[in-house]
Design a protein around this ligand. Structure first.
Ligand code: SF4
Length: 908
């Protein structure tokens, strides 16, 4: 970690990754990078950053950036044009398509990475001036079931609690959340609560993730059975007289119906155990912990939301908190952990197609109110299409024009191959982006518009606890990039709406957004930041993080909602919801007997267009993989050091097999991050069935029926290169950033005999040092320019996978002498010592071999001692669960090898 030089001026901004919304101090170093540190004054993180946030400085280079507007010309090629021409073109084509096919023939697909100001302008343009609500966002894939659950229960999309509740709870229940990897800084706050206050933790998840490592109780329930578990809990609370009857009576309705339905779904501990596949003793332990603890926070994330029954799951959880009155009180609330940095900001301005702006709905009164405030000539009259349905409508030719901003739907949406095919049918396909190339851009885009990236953007984002923070620019703007709000405003002006879109700054947009939130809001809407409706530019510039609501005249924001009722339904009462009987939408079959669960890994973000630029983040899990239980692996012939073909009705991928009992039987898990840009056969979104929750429209990303079979490769190896390469036809490959270039892990079905010719072609170098053993299909080579290796290639029989750590170290060196050159082809470091192994602690670059050696030697016995000796785990703490696992698995013996279950994904 690099300390911030006190003489350099740091800019306060906010991390662009997850919904924790950590404050960042960024100090440009003048070399297209910045020194990054946590902001000690930000109330989300108090100075800490996780591995992803800490590596932000490595993601600011211009190599991959889109710098100029581009339009596809008659010759079929994208060519650079002036901004004025690009904007004229988009406006003209939009106008033509709306005139010919009507307003619902156009759509926007936005992103939880956009700033609130970008979101606000895009929504205003489409919903008020074009006249369609076909505006949806990748947040649909992230937390729309929470939104729908909140609205059903509370009458508004209100998060009742705040982060301090995680510090003050006596019981932390984590449902469908691998917070240790996906919300690491909040997870560290929870661990601190456990250590300092003795809070207990229950983790409920089909997978035994790192989050479960610190839990008193782990409930590895069957996929899709969360609703049954919380129905059983509601019954248990009712039957043991643990409810807050006064709260239920005064502030809620629908309790009797919800309880009756809960009895049908899981009417006893035994029925709950049967429905969830859990041990009865574990069920009763959880129920009793919940019953006897007043301060309970139930925090939930994608395992709950990403489901065709996601809204019911959310309401089943909320029901238990309403029944006990544990809502909006210190240390007691249901709590949705939002995935993206500004999913909440998007919700505030109506970024979802079934919301209007400022948490208003498509009721006649709200439509009219918004129309009058905006002076809008063409208000959308009804909800628009949600993400999956929007792309299906594109495929059917109903939507003719699409504008994608800051997201990569060809990778992230379910049935992603169908999404890619649909895009080819568009009459107008516009993408606002930071990068010159990604799977969506490469799917036939017609107009490519360069948008400000993190480090250049200026505006606001809202985190999971309703806290609005500033993102501020601290880097020079790259090329001709512009803010997204500016780009949309310029198109709107060209369509005749100059007055309504005459914004000069992000502050202008923010003030209008804030005033709309207070417009005719007499306490009837939760979202109200009227106190900021006239904030001067100078004050906006230095605005500290602030929670909403902050109404005009409020001295302080309101930290919590609903401890004394006051819900946003017509009778101001909360609704208990009777959920449907939980049943997964698609049954498994003989052909597809498993369920594919998808999710994130610790050190990557979404489709890796930013995090994939960081060599540090590429070290932890460099290879796309599928996790499978040992019994299933044995049944399907999957070997722990081999590869597997995972197939669904939608498509197939070839992934490295990881055999582990952390995965339950009957399910397999694969990460979502790899794309067509970064792999040949690991775009997992293409495997996911496009089933959605009937209310929220959120896709079921965690239970697609799947088959698995071993996939044998003849050859395996890796390539390190200074620039991106095309691998030989037919080769399987996956790419990550490495220091000094790009690292490819590769494999081939048949041995590729003439690697040397390929290397000469791609490297263009004449100075090649190599070693070949044709009988064993071994080839090792390095192509040099002067003393600097340009491409290193190591391949051999698939049964003898080669570790790449020592070669990566040599590749990262500024130049190699004769001794280094000779050592390089051995695949070992020059001193002959083994390498430190695959990286566990990304912050300090500490490898698994180093850690296991220290454990085996008896020098360290705890994560704290590993931290004291090796520094691992002492910055963000994201790797502490992995350190604890290594301690548990590594016997104390100087000669003990690294445990097989922990072997390098590349090969030991
Ligand atoms: S937890 Fe990590 S990824 Fe999330 S906001 Fe904080 S630093 Fe960024």
């Amino acid at each position: 970690m690099t300390a911030v030089d006190p003489n350099l001026k740091a800019t306060r901004t906010t991390c662009p990754y997850c919904g924790v919304g950590c404050g960042v101090l960024a100090t440009p170093d003048g070399k297209n990078s910045a020194i990054i540190a946590g902001d000690p004054d930000h109330p989300a993180n108090f100075g800490r950053l996780c591995s992803k946030g800490s590596a932000l400085g490595e993601t600011l280079g211009l190599k991959e950036r889109l710098l100029h507007p581009m339009v596809r010309c008659a010759n079929g090629k994208l060519e650079q044009v002036a901004w004025v021409d690009a904007l004229d073109h988009v406006a003209e084509r939009f106008k033509h398509i709306v005139a010919k096919h009507g307003p619902d023939s156009v759509a926007f697909y936005l992103s939880g990475q956009l700033l609130t100001e970008d979101y606000y302008v895009a929504n205003k343009f489409m919903k008020g001036f074009v006249g369609t609500a076909n505006v949806d966002t990748n947040s649909r894939l992230c937390m729309s079931s929470s939104v729908a659950g909140h609205r059903r229960a509370f009458g508004a999309d209100t998060v009742p609690g705040c982060y301090e509740d995680l510090d003050e709870a006596d019981l932390l229940v984590l449902v469908g959340s691998n917070a240790a990897w996906c919300h690491p800084i909040l997870f560290q706050r929870m661990i601190q609560n456990k250590q300092q206050r003795g809070a207990r933790m229950v983790v409920i998840d089909p997978r035994r993730t790192d989050t479960a490592e610190g839990a008193e109780l782990f409930l590895g329930l069957k996929p899709g059975s969360d609703t049954a578990l919380f129905c059983g809990l509601l019954v248990h609370l009712a039957d043991s007289d643990a409810m807050d009857r006064d709260y239920i009576e005064r502030h809620t309705s629908g309790f009797a119906e919800a309880l009756a339905q809960a009895r049908v779904i899981a009417g006893s501990v035994a029925a709950t155990a049967l429905a969830t596949g859990l041990d009865e003793g574990d069920v009763i332990s959880f129920f009793e912990l919940f019953r006897t603890t007043s301060r309970v926070v139930t925090a939930y994330s994608q395992g709950v939301n990403q489901s065709a029954q996601g809204t019911d799951k959310v309401n089943a959880i909320i029901n238990c908190h309403l029944a006990t009155g544990r809502i909006g009180k210190p240390g007691a609330s249901p709590f949705s952990l939002t995935g993206q940095p500004n999913a909440m900001g998007g919700r505030e301005v109506g970024g979802l197609s079934n919301q209007l702006a400022a948490h208003m709905s498509f009721s006649p009164a709200d439509i009219d109110r918004t129309r009058r405030f905006w002076r809008a000539p063409h208000m959308a009259k009804h909800e628009g299409l949600k993400a999956v349905q929007m792309f299906e409508a594109i495929g059917r030719g109903k939507i003719k024009a699409l504008w994608v901003m800051g997201t990569n739907p060809v990778v992230s949406l379910p049935d992603a191959d169908a999404v890619r095919a649909a895009l080819a049918k568009l009459d107008l396909f516009v993408v606002s982006e930071n990068v010159l190339s990604n799977d969506t851009v490469n799917s036939g885009v017609h107009v490519l518009l360069p948008a400000h990236a993190w480090g250049e953007k200026s505006g606001t984002v809202t985190n999971s606890e309703r806290r609005i923070s500033r993102q501020r620019g601290f880097m020079p703007v790259a090329g001709e990039a512009k803010p997204d709000w500016w780009i949309v405003s310029e198109v709107a002006k060209r369509l005749g709406f100059r007055d309504a879109f005459n914004f000069k700054t992000a502050g202008d947009v923010f003030r209008e957004h804030a005033r709309l939130s207070a417009f005719e809001n007499y306490g009837s809407r939760d979202f109200d930041i009227g106190a900021l409706g006239h904030i001067p530019d100078a004050a906006f510039e230095i605005m500290p993080p602030v929670m909403w609501p902050l109404r005009a005249g409020d001295a302080r924001p309101q930290a919590r909602f609903f401890s004394e009722g006051g819900f946003y339904s017509p009778d101001r009462k909360a609704r208990f919801v009777a959920p449907e009987k939980p049943e997964l939408r698609q049954a498994t079959s003989r052909e597809r007997p498993l369920r594919l669960n998808t999710g994130r890994i610790r050190d990557q973000w979404h489709t890796m267009t930013r995090s994939g630029l960081s060599p540090r983040l590429g070290q932890h899990l460099p290879e796309p993989y599928v996790e499978i239980h040992p019994d299933d692996a044995a049944m399907f012939g999957i070997a722990g050091d081999g590869f597997a073909r995972v197939e669904t009705a939608q498509g197939h991928c070839i992934l490295k097999a990881v055999v582990t009992d952390r995965q339950q039987r009957g399910s397999v898990f694969a990460p979502i991050h790899w794309s067509g840009e970064t792999s040949s056969s690991a775009r997992v979104g293409a495997l996911v069935a496009p089933f959605t929750d009937p209310l929220s429209g959120q896709p079921e990303s965690k239970a697609t029926p799947a088959a698995i079979a071993p996939h044998g490769f003849a050859q395996r190896g890796f390539v390190l290169s200074r620039r991106p390469l095309s691998l030989p036809a037919g080769a399987w490959w996956a790419r990550v950033a490495v220091t000094g270039g790009y690292g490819y892990l590769l494999a081939a079905d048949e041995p590729i005999e003439d690697w040397q010719s390929w290397l000469r072609t791609v490297s263009g170098a004449s100075d090649i040092a190599d070693y070949e053993d044709r009988s064993r299909h071994v080839y090792r080579a390095a192509a040099y320019r002067g003393d600097i290796p340009q491409v290193c290639l190591f391949v051999g029989p698939a049964s003898e996978a080669i570790a790449w750590d020592a070669v990566k170290t040599a590749f990262a060196a500024p130049a190699l002498g004769d001794e280094d050159r000779r050592a390089l082809l051995s695949g070992r470091s020059r001193d002959g010592m083994s390498s430190s192994g695959p990286i566990v602690c990304a912050c300090f670059g500490v490898g698994r071999t180093t850690i296991c050696d220290a454990i085996a030697s008896g020098r360290v016995h705890s994560a704290a001692e590993i931290g004291a000796h090796l520094k691992a785990g002492t910055n963000c703490g994201s790797c502490i669960p992995e350190l604890n696992r290594l301690i548990a698995q590594t016997p104390v013996s100087a000669e003990t090898p690294v445990p097989a279950a922990q072997a390098d994904l590349v090969g030991a």
